[in-house]
Design a protein around this ligand. Structure first.
Ligand code: SF4
Ligand code: SF4
Ligand code: FES
Length: 228
């Protein structure tokens, strides 16, 4: 298999790792680091699809590697493992996620309780339109797979990207949140939701089966309805 080494100016290095039952891509990378080259850099934490830190490009497609079995993606016995695209490579398979999370902040992807939040818990009925819309995107683990898959991120560096916009949409639909005026303003500026070309790559690759494309369509409608 070929594994990316170095930073942007790196090269592929060839390794041989035995096939094992139920082996994941993360298992392969870990075996290389433990048994063959301790300097290989990559990132993971939970190994069970919760933390979002293990994403890489495997045989050309962005994936969460702890939940991706070798048997499902190997081309014969061939694997090519690269860092996520659209983010600066720090070393080998490790990318700098700062730009990704900075864009969450720019999209106002954080809960805004207002000046006087109520003291008691809010009651939000599960069958309301807003709750259903928020639910659709709430399980995002911030893995960056969608960001790596998005062509618009590649050619428009200011573009907030599918994950940040998906997060903004969950908050637009959170009836407790008081920040929608500034949030809709933030996501409708240059590099915001209107830059999305509805290519659906984010939605195709999201390991949590979230559809950022639909969230972004919701933001487009809501931002057009918003009064300036
Ligand atoms: S649907 Fe929009 S955000 Fe998703 S990959 Fe395509 S252009 Fe990017
Ligand atoms: S929307 Fe999906 S692919 Fe994008 S960061 Fe969240 S979990 Fe990952
Ligand atoms: S290691 Fe946490 S999602 Fe893969």
């Amino acid at each position: 298999m070929n594994v990316w080494r170095g930073a942007a100016e790196g090269r592929f290095q060839s390794f041989a790792v035995p096939r094992r039952e139920n082996q994941t891509i993360l298992d392969v990378v870990t075996e290389i680091q433990r048994e063959q080259d301790a300097t290989l850099s990559y990132r993971f934490a939970c190994r069970v699809g919760m933390c979002g830190s293990c994403a890489m490009v495997v045989n050309g497609k962005p994936r969460w590697t702890c939940r991706t079995r070798v048997a499902a993606v190997a081309n014969g016995n061939a694997l090519t493992i690269e860092p996520l695209r659209n983010l600066t490579v720090i070393k080998d398979l490790t990318v700098d996620m700062a730009e990704f999370f900075d864009k969450w902040a720019r999209a106002k992807g954080y809960f805004e309780p207002g000046d006087k939040p109520p003291e008691d818990f809010a009651v939000v009925k599960p069958d309301t339109t807003e709750r259903i819309a928020a639910n659709a995107g709430i399980e995002c683990i911030g893995c960056g797979v969608c960001y790596s898959a998005c062509d618009v991120v590649e050619w428009e560096k200011d573009y907030l990207g599918p994950a940040a916009l998906n997060r903004a949409w969950t908050l637009v639909n959170d009836v407790r949140d008081q920040g929608n005026d500034s949030r809709l303003k933030a996501v409708s500026q240059k590099g915001g939701c209107h830059s999305c070309h509805t290519h659906m790559s984010c939605t195709s690759y999201c390991p949590k089966h979230i559809a950022p494309t639909y969230a972004i369509a919701g933001l487009k409608r809501a931002s057009v309805r918003r009064r300036p």
